[in-house]
Structures are given as C-alpha cells and as structure tokens.
Design a protein around this ligand. Sequence first.
Ligand code: ADP
Ligand code: MG
Length: 308
Amino acid sequence: MTAPAAGPPAQDGEYEAVIGLECHVQLRTASKAFTAAATEFGAPPNTLIDAYTLGLPGSLPVLCGRAVELALRLGLACGCRIALRSEFARKNYFYPDLPKGYQISQYDAPLCQGGALPFMLNGQRREVCLIRIHLEEDAGKNLHAADGRASLIDFNRAGVPLCEVVSEPELRSAEEAAEYLRAVRRLVRFLGVSDGNMEEGSLRCDANVSLRRRGTTALGQRTELKNINSFKHVQKAIEHEIARQTAILRAGGQVAAETRGWDAQRGTSRSQRSKESAHDYRYFPEPDLLPVEPSAELIAELRAALPE
Ligand code: ADP
Ligand code: MG
C-alpha cells in the first residue's frame, strides 16, 4: 500500500478516528530513579553516569522517593485511584541504549489508575479518561554519525525517572490530541512535576491511532506512532496516519499492527517494526526493589499540598 499524500481530509464521513496517547513525563528530580547520578539536561555525554546506570554487575537500585511523590502528585491532581501497593517490573528488550537489558517499569500493579484530564477544545470542555499513570526509567540516547559509519551512545538520560500517562482511546481528532497534550504539559508545569519541555525530551508522546466505521463501537486495528517531538507534529503525524489508514480501508485493505516512526522532515511515517505484545517483553516482578507502599499520611499530605 503506497502512502497517501498528507493533509485533509483528516476525518472521513465513513470512518471515525480513535486515538489514545501515551505521554512520557520526565519527573523533576535531582537524581535518577534508582541511583544517585544527576539528571540535568545538556551535560557533556556520559558524565551523569555511575555503576548502576551502566548496568555493571553487582550494582543495585535504590528508589528515589521524590520521583514517587511527584508521580503521586500528578495522579492525585488527575483524580486517579492511588495504589496502596504498587510494584516494579522488568521489561526486557535488547537495544544498545538500554545497558541493563531491561527497563524498570510497572506492569500489572501501577501507581495510579483511572482519573481524567479536562481541557478546552474550541471553547468546549472536554475530558479524557486515563487508564493509568505509572513510574519507569528512561533509556540512553543513540547518536548516529552522519556518514553512517559509527553510532555513539550517551547514557546521561538512562535511568532518569519518568511517569507514563496513558489515556483511554477517547480522542477523536488530531487537533483534539494536540490540545490534550497541551493540557498535560500545562498540568505538569503547574504542579511542578516536570518542566514539560518537548524540545529537551522531558515530555514525549506516542500516539495510537485506529479507525472504525462511524456508528460502530468496536475498536479497529491500531498503529503506534513514535518519534513525535512537538505539538505541531503530534497533529501532523496523526492527521497523516488517519489519511493513510482511510486510504487503506477504502481500498479494501487491512491496517497492519505496527509501530511507525514519524519523519518530521519528510512529513511522513515509516514502518519500524510489527507491533510487539506484552508477552514479547517477558515482564516479571523486579526482584531488587520492594513494592511501593505510600502511607495514608503521605497521600493526605500530598493531596493537601495540591494547588487549586
Ligand atoms: P501498549 O503498551 O502495547 O502500547 P496499551 O494497552 O498500554 O498498549 O495501550 C496504549 C495506548 O493505546 C492507550 O493510550 C490506549 O488508549 C491506546 N489504544 C489501545 N487500543 C487502541 C485502538 N484500537 N485505537 C486507538 N488507540 C488505542
Ligand atoms: Mg504503547
């Protein structure tokens, strides 16, 4: 299936777009999620590292309490249910920017579930429900030389604490998705949870997009768009994806379950890989960390400290 030209029609009379966003919010802590190495932006490559960041044998994680508090603050502001016991899990995959060979994340026992985020769209109040907000760590950054002969890895970002805010698939247009993302940024900034800076990568988002026939309720096959680094491009990438899927469905084809990378320069996306499923990651409970059990006092204290 050749890619259609980008641009309108973003929505087609026959099909309705269904969009869910996964936002990665870098938490404003001085140290990394599981070790004392610093988190500042823009330091010379590989200066914010230590034995744990590099996954050296024998090094063990120690949870940053401030990261938990910031994630709880965001969860409380969104009206989430706060888990009195949540667990970390290892998400296993092999990639050069992931020195341990797994990412510490949360799987079946996340810190926050449910909740919602209200925002305005064209003068109307909208509210998008959240599935969950969980804690995880960031990966390092691969840098590829222009001549294609070498790749370098900067581990400064590896292990930086993130919370992932996962929306229900309730967004209905590219414009609405961009507005929702703006609301996420406003909220995390207002709460002091993150600087929400997309250019510096402290707010990133993946967009899940599917189509379904208008009037039906079952979810269609989705694709996941990665590499979206600005509000403008969230909107463009989703518009492009809606047009691409519309053309496939109109031609009687089927949308493939895949992860697609957005190419901002070319204004198009490319298939990166077929979509992985949870079992591909061989999730299992992180054996080196205790469950997170925030006390009722802490939760009450954080709730009382929320701004209006
Ligand atoms: P994964 O981690 O594999 O991406 P999740 O179940 O955590 O899977 O879903 C991630 C996001 O995908 C959520 O924001 C959800 O709303 C969205 N989503 C799930 N199914 C669909 C669909 N059919 N169309 C659009 N978005 C979807
Ligand atoms: Mg996903």
